[in-house]
Design a protein around this ligand. Sequence first.
Ligand SMILES: NC(=O)c1ccc[n+]([C@@H]2O[C@H](COP(=O)([O-])OP(=O)(O)OC[C@H]3O[C@@H](n4cnc5c(N)ncnc54)[C@H](OP(=O)(O)O)[C@@H]3O)[C@@H](O)[C@H]2O)c1
Length: 382
Amino acid sequence: MSGRLLSSLPGTELAAAFSRAIRLAQKGPRSANPRVGALLILPSGDTVEGWHRGAGTPHAEADALDRARAAGHDPRGGTMIVTLEPCAHSGRTPSCARGLIDAGVTACLFAHADPTERAGGGADLLRADGITALTWVDAVAHTDHASTPGDAAAAKSLTADAQRLNDRWMRAQAERRPFVTAKIAQTLDGFTAAPDGTSQWITSHEARAAGHRLRAHVDAIAVGTGTLIADDPRLSARTPAGDAAHQPLRVVIGQRPVPEGSAVIGADGRFVHLATRDLPAALTQLRREHGVEHLLIDGGPTLIGAALAADLIDDLWVHIEPTLLGAGRPSVLGLNPSTLTDRLDFDADAPEIHGTTVTIHARPRPAAPQADTAGTPDRKDV
Ligand SMILES: NC(=O)c1ccc[n+]([C@@H]2O[C@H](COP(=O)([O-])OP(=O)(O)OC[C@H]3O[C@@H](n4cnc5c(N)ncnc54)[C@H](OP(=O)(O)O)[C@@H]3O)[C@@H](O)[C@H]2O)c1
Protein backbone atom coordinates (compact mmCIF):
# COMPACT_ATOMS: atom_id res chain seq x y z
CA MET A 1 0.00 0.00 0.00
CA SER A 2 2.79 2.39 0.62
CA GLY A 3 6.24 3.33 -0.53
CA ARG A 4 9.22 1.29 0.61
CA LEU A 5 10.18 3.91 3.13
CA LEU A 6 6.81 4.02 4.87
CA SER A 7 6.75 0.21 5.22
CA SER A 8 10.21 0.34 6.73
CA LEU A 9 9.07 2.63 9.55
CA PRO A 10 7.53 0.98 12.64
CA GLY A 11 4.73 2.76 14.49
CA THR A 12 7.01 4.02 17.24
CA GLU A 13 9.35 5.69 14.75
CA LEU A 14 6.37 7.23 12.99
CA ALA A 15 5.22 8.67 16.32
CA ALA A 16 8.66 10.22 16.87
CA ALA A 17 8.49 11.79 13.39
CA PHE A 18 4.96 13.12 14.01
CA SER A 19 6.11 14.62 17.28
CA ARG A 20 9.05 16.32 15.54
CA ALA A 21 6.72 17.78 12.90
CA ILE A 22 4.61 19.30 15.69
CA ARG A 23 7.69 20.86 17.31
CA LEU A 24 8.62 22.34 13.92
CA ALA A 25 5.13 23.80 13.52
CA GLN A 26 5.52 25.47 16.92
CA LYS A 27 8.43 27.50 15.52
CA GLY A 28 5.99 29.39 13.29
CA PRO A 29 4.41 32.66 14.38
CA ARG A 30 0.94 32.71 15.91
CA SER A 31 -1.25 34.62 13.49
CA ALA A 32 -4.26 34.20 11.26
CA ASN A 33 -2.32 31.62 9.25
CA PRO A 34 -2.09 28.01 10.48
CA ARG A 35 1.16 26.90 12.07
CA VAL A 36 2.42 23.87 10.12
CA GLY A 37 5.52 21.69 10.44
CA ALA A 38 6.92 19.15 7.96
CA LEU A 39 9.58 16.47 8.06
CA LEU A 40 10.85 14.97 4.80
CA ILE A 41 12.32 11.48 5.27
CA LEU A 42 14.56 10.66 2.32
CA PRO A 43 15.22 7.14 1.00
CA SER A 44 18.77 7.49 2.38
CA GLY A 45 17.28 7.88 5.86
CA ASP A 46 18.30 11.56 6.01
CA THR A 47 15.62 13.93 7.23
CA VAL A 48 14.96 17.54 6.27
CA GLU A 49 12.82 19.92 8.32
CA GLY A 50 10.43 22.62 7.18
CA TRP A 51 7.90 24.95 8.77
CA HIS A 52 5.63 27.83 7.83
CA ARG A 53 6.82 31.26 8.89
CA GLY A 54 3.58 33.20 8.29
CA ALA A 55 1.46 34.76 5.54
CA GLY A 56 3.10 34.92 2.12
CA THR A 57 6.06 32.69 3.05
CA PRO A 58 6.53 29.11 1.73
CA HIS A 59 4.31 26.46 3.25
CA ALA A 60 6.00 23.86 5.46
CA GLU A 61 6.17 21.15 2.77
CA ALA A 62 7.63 23.60 0.23
CA ASP A 63 10.12 24.79 2.84
CA ALA A 64 11.29 21.21 3.49
CA LEU A 65 11.57 20.48 -0.24
CA ASP A 66 13.50 23.73 -0.83
CA ARG A 67 15.89 22.94 1.99
CA ALA A 68 16.37 19.37 0.75
CA ARG A 69 17.31 20.60 -2.71
CA ALA A 70 19.54 23.34 -1.28
CA ALA A 71 21.40 20.66 0.68
CA GLY A 72 21.88 18.61 -2.51
CA HIS A 73 19.28 15.94 -1.72
CA ASP A 74 16.94 14.43 -4.31
CA PRO A 75 13.44 14.31 -2.73
CA ARG A 76 12.27 11.54 -5.08
CA GLY A 77 11.03 8.49 -3.19
CA GLY A 78 10.79 10.42 0.08
CA THR A 79 8.00 10.44 2.66
CA MET A 80 6.60 13.83 3.75
CA ILE A 81 5.26 13.96 7.28
CA VAL A 82 3.20 17.08 7.89
CA THR A 83 0.88 18.44 10.58
CA LEU A 84 -1.84 19.59 8.12
CA GLU A 85 -3.10 18.13 4.84
CA PRO A 86 -1.12 19.65 1.94
CA CYS A 87 -3.11 22.45 0.32
CA ALA A 88 -4.74 21.91 -3.05
CA HIS A 89 -4.92 25.50 -4.21
CA SER A 90 -2.42 28.01 -5.52
CA GLY A 91 -2.62 31.37 -3.77
CA ARG A 92 0.25 33.56 -2.65
CA THR A 93 2.28 30.31 -2.81
CA PRO A 94 1.93 27.32 -5.21
CA SER A 95 -0.19 24.29 -4.22
CA CYS A 96 1.71 21.99 -1.87
CA ALA A 97 0.03 18.88 -3.30
CA ARG A 98 1.37 19.84 -6.75
CA GLY A 99 4.79 20.52 -5.25
CA LEU A 100 4.90 17.03 -3.71
CA ILE A 101 3.80 15.41 -6.97
CA ASP A 102 6.43 17.30 -8.95
CA ALA A 103 9.09 16.44 -6.36
CA GLY A 104 8.35 12.71 -6.76
CA VAL A 105 7.69 11.88 -3.10
CA THR A 106 5.98 8.51 -2.71
CA ALA A 107 4.08 9.05 0.54
CA CYS A 108 2.57 11.91 2.53
CA LEU A 109 1.35 11.41 6.10
CA PHE A 110 -0.69 14.32 7.49
CA ALA A 111 -2.23 14.79 10.94
CA HIS A 112 -5.62 16.06 9.84
CA ALA A 113 -7.55 17.35 6.85
CA ASP A 114 -7.43 21.01 5.78
CA PRO A 115 -10.92 22.29 6.73
CA THR A 116 -11.00 25.14 4.21
CA GLU A 117 -13.05 24.97 1.03
CA ARG A 118 -10.28 26.72 -0.89
CA ALA A 119 -7.29 24.63 0.18
CA GLY A 120 -8.79 21.27 1.22
CA GLY A 121 -8.59 18.18 -1.00
CA GLY A 122 -4.81 17.97 -1.38
CA ALA A 123 -4.77 14.33 -0.25
CA ASP A 124 -7.15 13.37 -3.08
CA LEU A 125 -4.88 15.10 -5.60
CA LEU A 126 -1.90 13.11 -4.29
CA ARG A 127 -3.82 9.80 -4.41
CA ALA A 128 -4.95 10.55 -7.97
CA ASP A 129 -1.26 10.69 -8.85
CA GLY A 130 -0.49 7.36 -7.17
CA ILE A 131 1.06 8.86 -4.03
CA THR A 132 0.20 7.26 -0.69
CA ALA A 133 -1.67 9.93 1.33
CA LEU A 134 -2.75 8.87 4.81
CA THR A 135 -3.66 10.52 8.07
CA TRP A 136 -1.26 9.77 10.92
CA VAL A 137 -3.81 7.48 12.57
CA ASP A 138 -4.33 5.52 9.34
CA ALA A 139 -0.59 5.40 8.65
CA VAL A 140 0.11 3.70 11.98
CA ALA A 141 -2.78 1.30 11.44
CA HIS A 142 -1.52 0.43 7.96
CA THR A 143 2.22 0.24 8.49
CA ASP A 144 3.57 -3.13 7.40
CA HIS A 145 5.10 -3.54 10.84
CA ALA A 146 2.87 -4.89 13.58
CA SER A 147 1.60 -1.73 15.25
CA THR A 148 0.66 -1.94 18.89
CA PRO A 149 -2.33 -0.36 20.65
CA GLY A 150 0.24 2.04 22.14
CA ASP A 151 1.29 3.18 18.64
CA ALA A 152 -2.34 3.80 17.71
CA ALA A 153 -2.97 5.75 20.92
CA ALA A 154 0.18 7.83 20.34
CA ALA A 155 -0.92 8.66 16.77
CA LYS A 156 -4.35 9.70 18.03
CA SER A 157 -2.93 11.86 20.80
CA LEU A 158 -0.38 13.50 18.46
CA THR A 159 -3.17 14.21 15.97
CA ALA A 160 -5.03 16.03 18.76
CA ASP A 161 -1.84 18.00 19.53
CA ALA A 162 -1.54 18.96 15.84
CA GLN A 163 -5.16 20.14 15.82
CA ARG A 164 -4.55 22.18 18.99
CA LEU A 165 -1.72 24.04 17.20
CA ASN A 166 -4.38 25.88 15.23
CA ASP A 167 -7.53 25.48 17.30
CA ARG A 168 -8.72 29.07 16.83
CA TRP A 169 -7.95 29.06 13.10
CA MET A 170 -9.90 25.81 12.75
CA ARG A 171 -12.81 27.30 14.69
CA ALA A 172 -12.89 30.43 12.50
CA GLN A 173 -12.89 28.22 9.40
CA ALA A 174 -15.70 26.04 10.78
CA GLU A 175 -17.75 29.14 11.59
CA ARG A 176 -17.05 30.56 8.10
CA ARG A 177 -15.88 33.84 9.60
CA PRO A 178 -12.57 35.71 9.55
CA PHE A 179 -9.88 34.99 12.13
CA VAL A 180 -10.37 37.85 14.60
CA THR A 181 -7.57 39.77 16.31
CA ALA A 182 -8.39 42.45 18.88
CA LYS A 183 -6.12 45.26 20.01
CA ILE A 184 -6.43 47.22 23.23
CA ALA A 185 -4.36 50.19 24.39
CA GLN A 186 -4.78 50.75 28.12
CA THR A 187 -3.37 52.23 31.29
CA LEU A 188 -1.85 50.14 34.06
CA ASP A 189 -5.20 50.23 35.86
CA GLY A 190 -7.11 49.01 32.82
CA PHE A 191 -8.60 52.19 31.34
CA THR A 192 -8.75 52.78 27.62
CA ALA A 193 -10.03 56.37 27.74
CA ALA A 194 -10.23 59.16 30.33
CA PRO A 195 -13.62 60.10 31.88
CA ASP A 196 -14.10 62.77 29.16
CA GLY A 197 -13.57 60.13 26.43
CA THR A 198 -10.08 61.25 25.39
CA SER A 199 -7.75 58.35 24.55
CA GLN A 200 -5.22 59.79 22.08
CA TRP A 201 -2.70 58.80 23.06
CA ILE A 202 -2.41 56.43 25.99
CA THR A 203 0.53 54.39 24.71
CA SER A 204 3.98 55.27 23.40
CA HIS A 205 4.85 56.21 19.84
CA GLU A 206 6.61 52.83 19.48
CA ALA A 207 3.52 50.87 20.58
CA ARG A 208 1.38 52.80 18.13
CA ALA A 209 3.88 52.00 15.37
CA ALA A 210 3.52 48.29 16.27
CA GLY A 211 -0.25 48.75 16.03
CA HIS A 212 0.15 50.19 12.52
CA ARG A 213 2.35 47.25 11.48
CA LEU A 214 -0.45 44.94 12.61
CA ARG A 215 -2.98 47.00 10.63
CA ALA A 216 -0.84 46.61 7.51
CA HIS A 217 -1.16 42.80 7.78
CA VAL A 218 -4.91 42.42 8.15
CA ASP A 219 -7.65 42.42 5.52
CA ALA A 220 -9.97 44.72 7.49
CA ILE A 221 -10.08 46.92 10.62
CA ALA A 222 -13.30 47.38 12.57
CA VAL A 223 -14.40 49.74 15.34
CA GLY A 224 -17.79 50.22 16.99
CA THR A 225 -19.89 53.33 16.40
CA GLY A 226 -18.86 54.55 19.89
CA THR A 227 -15.21 54.86 18.83
CA LEU A 228 -16.22 56.31 15.49
CA ILE A 229 -18.18 59.10 17.18
CA ALA A 230 -15.62 59.74 19.95
CA ASP A 231 -12.42 59.64 17.88
CA ASP A 232 -13.32 60.06 14.17
CA PRO A 233 -10.50 57.58 13.31
CA ARG A 234 -9.10 57.08 9.80
CA LEU A 235 -8.47 53.34 10.35
CA SER A 236 -5.53 53.44 7.95
CA ALA A 237 -2.20 51.63 8.24
CA ARG A 238 0.63 54.13 8.47
CA THR A 239 4.41 53.91 8.44
CA PRO A 240 6.93 56.66 9.36
CA ALA A 241 7.13 57.37 5.61
CA GLY A 242 3.35 57.72 5.09
CA ASP A 243 0.50 55.36 4.29
CA ALA A 244 1.43 51.65 4.16
CA ALA A 245 1.32 49.92 0.76
CA HIS A 246 -1.51 47.64 1.90
CA GLN A 247 -4.58 49.42 3.26
CA PRO A 248 -7.20 47.23 4.95
CA LEU A 249 -10.93 47.56 4.39
CA ARG A 250 -12.38 50.01 6.95
CA VAL A 251 -15.39 48.72 8.88
CA VAL A 252 -17.74 50.32 11.42
CA ILE A 253 -20.13 48.05 13.36
CA GLY A 254 -23.22 49.39 15.17
CA GLN A 255 -26.74 50.63 14.49
CA ARG A 256 -26.12 54.36 14.81
CA PRO A 257 -25.52 56.15 11.48
CA VAL A 258 -22.02 57.09 10.37
CA PRO A 259 -21.84 60.90 10.50
CA GLU A 260 -21.36 62.56 7.13
CA GLY A 261 -17.75 63.58 6.54
CA SER A 262 -16.32 60.95 8.93
CA ALA A 263 -12.66 60.32 8.16
CA VAL A 264 -13.27 56.56 7.97
CA ILE A 265 -15.42 56.93 4.84
CA GLY A 266 -12.39 58.01 2.78
CA ALA A 267 -12.40 58.43 -0.96
CA ASP A 268 -11.35 55.00 -2.16
CA GLY A 269 -14.65 53.15 -1.65
CA ARG A 270 -13.02 50.70 0.79
CA PHE A 271 -15.42 51.41 3.65
CA VAL A 272 -18.30 49.32 5.00
CA HIS A 273 -20.85 50.19 7.69
CA LEU A 274 -22.51 47.09 9.17
CA ALA A 275 -25.55 48.61 10.92
CA THR A 276 -26.05 45.71 13.30
CA ARG A 277 -25.10 44.37 16.72
CA ASP A 278 -25.25 40.76 15.50
CA LEU A 279 -21.53 40.06 15.49
CA PRO A 280 -21.55 36.48 14.10
CA ALA A 281 -23.67 37.72 11.16
CA ALA A 282 -21.43 40.76 10.67
CA LEU A 283 -18.32 38.58 10.61
CA THR A 284 -19.68 36.02 8.15
CA GLN A 285 -20.88 38.89 5.94
CA LEU A 286 -17.38 40.40 5.94
CA ARG A 287 -15.90 37.12 4.81
CA ARG A 288 -18.60 36.21 2.31
CA GLU A 289 -19.08 39.62 0.66
CA HIS A 290 -15.68 41.24 1.12
CA GLY A 291 -13.28 38.27 1.27
CA VAL A 292 -12.04 39.23 4.76
CA GLU A 293 -9.98 36.34 6.20
CA HIS A 294 -8.31 38.34 8.98
CA LEU A 295 -10.13 41.10 10.85
CA LEU A 296 -8.62 43.45 13.43
CA ILE A 297 -11.07 44.87 15.97
CA ASP A 298 -9.32 48.04 17.08
CA GLY A 299 -11.83 49.03 19.78
CA GLY A 300 -13.63 50.14 21.58
CA PRO A 301 -14.39 48.48 24.87
CA THR A 302 -18.05 47.68 24.13
CA LEU A 303 -17.38 46.03 20.77
CA ILE A 304 -14.38 44.09 22.07
CA GLY A 305 -16.33 43.02 25.18
CA ALA A 306 -19.24 41.80 23.06
CA ALA A 307 -16.87 39.86 20.79
CA LEU A 308 -15.09 38.33 23.80
CA ALA A 309 -18.41 37.36 25.41
CA ALA A 310 -19.39 35.60 22.18
CA ASP A 311 -15.98 33.83 22.03
CA LEU A 312 -15.21 35.51 18.70
CA ILE A 313 -11.73 36.83 19.54
CA ASP A 314 -9.00 34.45 18.41
CA ASP A 315 -5.98 36.58 19.19
CA LEU A 316 -5.43 39.57 21.50
CA TRP A 317 -2.79 42.31 21.64
CA VAL A 318 -2.88 44.43 24.80
CA HIS A 319 -0.58 47.44 24.99
CA ILE A 320 -0.21 48.49 28.64
CA GLU A 321 1.22 51.88 29.45
CA PRO A 322 2.68 52.28 32.95
CA THR A 323 0.42 55.19 33.80
CA LEU A 324 -2.65 55.46 36.04
CA LEU A 325 -5.95 57.22 35.40
CA GLY A 326 -7.98 56.01 38.38
CA ALA A 327 -11.22 56.45 36.41
CA GLY A 328 -12.40 56.38 32.81
CA ARG A 329 -13.62 53.85 30.27
CA PRO A 330 -12.49 50.28 31.14
CA SER A 331 -10.66 48.46 28.35
CA VAL A 332 -13.40 45.79 28.13
CA LEU A 333 -17.11 46.28 28.85
CA GLY A 334 -20.04 43.89 28.99
CA LEU A 335 -18.51 40.69 30.32
CA ASN A 336 -20.47 41.03 33.59
CA PRO A 337 -18.82 38.30 35.70
CA SER A 338 -20.34 37.55 39.09
CA THR A 339 -17.44 35.56 40.50
CA LEU A 340 -13.78 34.85 39.84
CA THR A 341 -14.45 31.64 37.93
CA ASP A 342 -16.45 33.64 35.34
CA ARG A 343 -13.17 35.10 34.10
CA LEU A 344 -11.78 34.45 30.59
CA ASP A 345 -8.31 32.90 30.66
CA PHE A 346 -5.67 33.48 27.99
CA ASP A 347 -2.26 32.02 27.20
CA ALA A 348 0.32 34.75 26.64
CA ASP A 349 3.69 34.89 24.91
CA ALA A 350 6.62 36.56 26.65
CA PRO A 351 5.84 40.31 26.94
CA GLU A 352 7.29 42.68 24.34
CA ILE A 353 8.50 46.17 25.17
CA HIS A 354 7.70 49.02 22.78
CA GLY A 355 9.24 52.23 24.09
CA THR A 356 7.59 52.75 27.50
CA THR A 357 4.75 50.30 26.71
CA VAL A 358 4.53 46.64 27.73
CA THR A 359 2.74 44.54 25.12
CA ILE A 360 1.04 41.22 25.80
CA HIS A 361 0.10 38.91 22.91
CA ALA A 362 -2.37 36.30 24.07
CA ARG A 363 -4.99 33.88 22.83
CA PRO A 364 -7.95 32.23 24.54
CA ARG A 365 -6.81 29.25 26.58
CA PRO A 366 -8.21 26.06 25.02
CA ALA A 367 -10.55 24.08 27.23
CA ALA A 368 -8.63 21.54 29.32
CA PRO A 369 -8.95 18.02 27.87
CA GLN A 370 -10.09 16.71 31.28
CA ALA A 371 -11.93 18.21 34.24
CA ASP A 372 -9.68 19.71 36.93
CA THR A 373 -9.80 17.29 39.83
CA ALA A 374 -7.44 19.27 42.05
CA GLY A 375 -10.34 20.45 44.21
CA THR A 376 -10.87 23.73 46.04
CA PRO A 377 -7.63 25.35 47.16
CA ASP A 378 -6.83 25.29 50.85
CA ARG A 379 -7.28 28.74 52.44
CA LYS A 380 -3.52 28.92 53.08
CA ASP A 381 -2.88 28.63 49.30
CA VAL A 382 -5.02 31.65 48.42
N1 LIG B 1 -7.34 53.19 23.86
C1 LIG B 1 -7.83 52.49 22.88
O1 LIG B 1 -7.21 51.56 22.37
C2 LIG B 1 -9.20 52.80 22.38
C3 LIG B 1 -9.61 52.19 21.19
C4 LIG B 1 -10.89 52.45 20.75
C5 LIG B 1 -11.73 53.27 21.48
N2 LIG B 1 -11.29 53.85 22.61
C6 LIG B 1 -12.17 54.74 23.38
O2 LIG B 1 -13.36 54.03 23.70
C7 LIG B 1 -14.42 54.98 23.81
C8 LIG B 1 -15.63 54.47 23.06
O3 LIG B 1 -16.12 53.35 23.73
P1 LIG B 1 -17.38 52.52 23.23
O4 LIG B 1 -17.49 51.32 24.07
O5 LIG B 1 -18.56 53.41 23.15
O6 LIG B 1 -16.97 52.20 21.74
P2 LIG B 1 -17.17 51.00 20.76
O7 LIG B 1 -17.01 49.70 21.42
O8 LIG B 1 -16.31 51.32 19.61
O9 LIG B 1 -18.66 51.17 20.26
C9 LIG B 1 -19.75 50.74 20.99
C10 LIG B 1 -20.90 50.54 20.04
O10 LIG B 1 -20.67 49.41 19.23
C11 LIG B 1 -21.91 49.00 18.69
N3 LIG B 1 -22.02 47.54 18.73
C12 LIG B 1 -21.83 46.72 17.67
N4 LIG B 1 -22.03 45.44 18.02
C13 LIG B 1 -22.34 45.45 19.33
C14 LIG B 1 -22.66 44.40 20.23
N5 LIG B 1 -22.71 43.11 19.86
N6 LIG B 1 -22.92 44.73 21.50
C15 LIG B 1 -22.88 46.02 21.91
N7 LIG B 1 -22.60 47.05 21.06
C16 LIG B 1 -22.33 46.77 19.78
C17 LIG B 1 -22.98 49.69 19.50
O11 LIG B 1 -23.40 50.77 18.69
P3 LIG B 1 -24.90 51.15 18.30
O12 LIG B 1 -25.49 51.74 19.52
O13 LIG B 1 -24.69 52.13 17.21
O14 LIG B 1 -25.58 49.90 17.84
C18 LIG B 1 -22.23 50.23 20.67
O15 LIG B 1 -22.80 51.36 21.24
C19 LIG B 1 -13.89 56.29 23.28
O16 LIG B 1 -13.61 57.16 24.36
C20 LIG B 1 -12.61 55.91 22.57
O17 LIG B 1 -11.67 56.94 22.59
C21 LIG B 1 -10.05 53.62 23.09
